[in-house]
Design a protein around this ligand. Structure first.
Ligand code: 6PG
Length: 259
C-alpha cells in the first residue's frame, strides 16, 4: 500500500487560506484546460468552501478561468431537494454558478432528493461523461474536500459502509449520528483524482487534524486518511488555528510554516 503524506500549507489567517486555495484552483484549472481541453472538478459541501467560491467569481479572479470548459460535479450531497438550505448544490449555485452563468450541461448535480436512486443516476452520469469501461474509475482533475470534526470527508464517515467501498463509484450512506441519508463519491473515485485540495480551518478541528496527519493510519476510523492513497497531488490548506497542534509546522522556515 503506497501511503503518500500530503503537502500542508499553514496559512496565517482565513483570508490567506482562501487566497492560496483560490490560486491553486486557478492553476489546476488552467493546466487541465491547457492539457486536456477541460477541467472536471468535484466541489465540496459544508460551510468552509463558500468564501473560496466567492473568491473564484470575484472580478480579479473570474477572468482567469475559461468557465465554459469547466464541468462541475459534487463530492457528496445531502438527500434533500436542490433548493433546501442543506443542499450542497444550492450553496455552490448561489455562491458560484449563478454568478458565472455556467451552461446547464456543465453542471452535474447529484439528485439527493431521489435518495438511493439519486446515487444510481449519478453513477450512470459519471460512466457516460467519463466514457468509462468496465472497472474503470472517473479521474477528476480536482476533488475539493473539507474535513469534519470526526475526520470524515465527503460523506465517507468513520465506520460507515461507504468508507470501505472499492467497486461502486457512488454510494448512498445512512449517517446514524446525523439521522440522515447522504450520497457520496467512494474512496476509489476520490483517490483517482489528479489533484485533491483540502480546506480546513478552526481550532475545533485541530485535534482531528493532528491525528489525521500525525497519527496511526486507520482510514476506516479517520476517512480523511484515505487521501494518502491518492495517485495524484494532495494539498491541505489549513489556518493556524486548525494547525495549532502541528508544532513542527508552526515555526518560521519550517516546511508549510505560515507565511
Ligand atoms: C458536507 C461535506 C462534508 C464537509 C465537512 C466539513 O456535505 O457536509 O461534504 O464532508 O466537507 O463536514 O464541513 P464544514 O466545512 O462545514 O466544516
Amino acid at each position: 500500500m503506497n501511503i503518500k503524506k500530503p503537502e500542508i500549507i499553514v496559512c496565517k489567517d482565513e483570508p490567506a487560506l482562501y487566497q492560496k486555495a483560490c490560486n491553486a484552483f486557478v492553476k489546476i484549472a488552467g493546466e487541465s484546460i491547457r492539457d486536456r481541453g477541460s477541467f472536471n472538478v468535484a466541489l465540496s459541501g459544508g460551510r468552509t468552501p463558500a468564501p473560496l467560491y466567492e473568491c473564484l467569481c470575484s472580478q480579479e479572479t473570474r477572468e482567469k478561468i475559461d468557465w465554459a470548459r469547466v464541468n462541475f460535479f459534487w463530492g457528496d450531497e445531502r438527500c434533500v431537494p436542490p433548493d433546501d438550505a442543506e443542499s450542497n448544490f444550492r450553496m455552490a449555485k448561489e455562491k458560484l454558478l449563478n454568478k458565472l452563468n455556467i451552461p446547464e450541461e456543465n453542471i452535474h448535480r447529484i439528485k439527493g432528493e431521489l435518495g438511493e436512486q439519486g446515487a444510481h443516476e449519478y453513477e450512470e452520469e459519471l460512466k457516460a461523461f467519463f466514457q468509462l469501461g468496465a472497472g474503470q474509475m472517473p479521474r477528476f482533475d480536482l476533488v475539493l474536500l473539507g474535513m469534519g470534526g470526526d475526520g470524515h470527508i465527503a460523506s465517507l464517515f468513520p465506520g460507515g459502509t461507504a468508507v470501505s467501498e472499492e467497486v461502486s463509484m457512488v454510494a448512498a450512506q445512512y449517517v446514524e449520528k446525523l439521522k440522515a441519508l447522504r450520497i457520496t463519491l467512494t474512496p476509489p473515485v476520490i483517490t483517482s483524482a489528479r489533484n485533491i485540495i483540502f480546506l480546513v480551518k478552526g481550532r475545533e478541528k485541530s485535534p482531528t487534524l493532528y491525528e489525521v496527519l500525525r497519527g496511526k493510519f486507520d482510514p476506516v476510523r479517520l476517512p480523511a486518511q484515505l487521501t494518502f492513497l491518492s495517485e495524484g497531488s494532495s494539498t491541505w490548506f489549513v489556518d493556524k488555528e486548525a494547525a495549532l497542534l502541528l508544532k513542527d509546522l508552526q515555526g518560521n522556515g519550517a516546511p508549510g510554516a505560515p507565511d
